[in-house]
Ligand binder design. Structure first.
Ligand SMILES: CC(C)[C@H](C(=O)O)[C@@H](O)C(=O)O
Ligand code: SF4
Length: 468
């Protein structure tokens, strides 16, 4: 029977299948961070268990780490306790850890691909919803809860039910200044934050095939914001080129064998999807969110929507609440919304290509004097690469702050936060109430919109900078 890519990867990892019970899946790679792992390790300890395959497990510090003064003790007691617990647990259970200051440290979803740990055809889990990022390589990658983290640590397996399959097909050519972030924001605006619930999304079509790995990761990263369990893309030459030569990628004859297998990882002709969504890339504009969930987004040329014009009662109420929280008035052109903060970073858009795109727009210019811009590389590796290319200088000369690696202002679990009432343009993936700090207001944008916005102090499309 013809199978989808996700079904192939899933079926290749089933170690036990019994009627009326979930399948038991083998897990190839388990990524760990400080927030969702302490209780899992406590559970192991209490049961006298060990980690079944420590060499398939890798930990990093990302959510709670400051991006300034990383040698000083972490001020916040909860953050400090979580980071210290991870260090103790990694040492006790024999797991590799990239602590603050280590050259491999960074956001868990940035370092996996960077180190070549993330590979096509794998099952990858982490106690973190944006684990879907790794699906860009044709891996079945998804977030798990802390009790599941404990299960994977103890057994290297996970009970699962077979997910449903959704195809998101994107054909056509993106206009200049329109990026992967705009594709995924448009998809979520179209299907809603619950639109892919219970499904694994496969992104396909020539617009997806034309994307770099960084851009594919941006798209897969936000699958969860459409409610999906995971998102993936068939691995191709672009994926193989990205991986070749990375520290954990196969080498020599093993590389050739791996590529041969990886090349079979595509959806068979005639495979059936439970749902299909189609998008025309050539019709897309830069997208920005106006509300408090990632589905509340519009092309930047539009105006703040009027809840009164929304037919659906639930949608109308959600929009009313969102606008009240965001302090926005219906009918305001989105490009007139002024921000005080621009955040460029996160596991959605904190990779080298994202920094390059933004630096290209900022080179030789100054950001708006009333706006602060934080540039936070997703990992120490991204930071070093950017510095080797002189991007840090471009940002600093433009008036932005160049920081250390971590989740930073993506979420309020570290010192980088919005103050109540402050408004950001942010390249991250969630605009929930209080996400970037209590009372903070978030507009999700692409890296190029972030840079253009930093220059003007209001939501701005890169195309509108021409001649400015
Ligand atoms: C802290 C962690 C559990 C959380 C997640 O699962 O996604 C965080 O990374 C986020 O982005 O909200
Ligand atoms: S960067 Fe943001 S979305 Fe990604 S793992 Fe960190 S907190 Fe979660």
């Amino acid at each position: 029977m013809p199978k989808t890519l996700a079904e192939k990867v899933y079926d290749a990892h089933v170690v036990r299948r019994t009627d009326g019970e979930p399948d038991l899946l083998y897990i190839d790679l388990h990524l760990v961070h400080e927030v969702t792992s302490p209780q899992a390790f406590d559970g192991l300890r209490a049961a006298g268990r060990t980690v079944r395959r420590p060499e398939l497990t890798m930990a990093t510090e990302d959510h709670n780490v400051p991006t300034l003064d990383i040698l000083a003790p972490i001020a916040d007691p909860i953050s400090r306790a979580q980071v210290e617990a991870l260090r103790k647990n990694a040492a006790e259970f024999g797991i590799r850890l990239a602590p603050m200051g280590d050259r491999d440290q960074g956001i868990v979803h940035v370092i996996g691909p960077q180190l070549g740990l993330t590979q096509p055809g794998m099952t990858i889990v982490c106690g973190d919803s944006h684990t879907s990022t790794h699906g860009a390589f044709g891996a079945l990658a998804f977030g798990i809860g802390t009790s599941e983290v404990e299960h994977v640590l103890a057994t290297q397996t996970l009970p699962q039910y077979r997910p449903k399959q959704m195809a998101v097909t994107v054909d056509g050519e993106l206009a200049p200044g329109v990026s992967a972030k705009d594709i995924i924001l448009a998809v979520i605006a179209q299907i809603g934050t619950n639109g892919a619930a219970g499904h694994v999304i496969e992104y396909r079509g020539n617009a997806i095939e034309a994307l770099s790995m960084e851009a594919r990761m941006t798209i897969c990263n936000m699958s969860i914001e459409a409610g999906a369990k995971a998102g993936l893309i068939a691995p191709d030459q672009t994926a193989f080129d990205f991986l070749q030569g990375r520290p954990h990628a196969p080498q020599g004859a093993d590389w050739d064998t791996a590529v041969e297998y990886w090349s079979t990882l595509r959806t068979d002709e005639g495979a059936v999807f439970d749902a299909e969504v189609v998008l025309d890339a050539s019709s897309l504009m830069p997208f920005v969110t106006w509300g408090t969930n990632p589905g509340q987004g519009l092309p930047i040329s539009e105006r703040v929507p009027d809840p009164a014009e929304m037919a659906d009662e639930g949608e109308r109420r959600a929009a009313e609440q969102a606008l009240a929280y965001m302090g926005l008035t219906p009918g305001t052109p989105l490009t007139e919304i002024e921000v005080d903060t621009v955040f460029l970073g996160s596991c959605t858009n904190g990779r080298i290509e994202d920094l390059r795109v933004a630096a290209d727009l900022l080179r030789g210019k100054k950001i708006d004097p009333g706006t602060r811009m934080l540039v936070v590389p997703g990992s120490v590796g991204v930071k070093s690469q950017a510095e080797a290319e002189g991007l840090d200088k471009v940002f600093v000369e433009a008036g932005a702050e160049w920081r250390g690696a971590g989740c930073s202002m993506c979420l309020g679990m570290n010192p980088d936060q919005l103050k109540p009432g402050e408004r950001s343009a942010s390249t991250s993936n969630r605009n929930f109430q209080g996400r970037q700090g209590k009372g903070g207001r978030t507009h999700l944008v692409s890296p190029s919109v972030a840079a253009a916005t930093a220059l003007t102090g209001r939501l701005t499309a890169p195309a509108d900078l021409i001649g400015a």
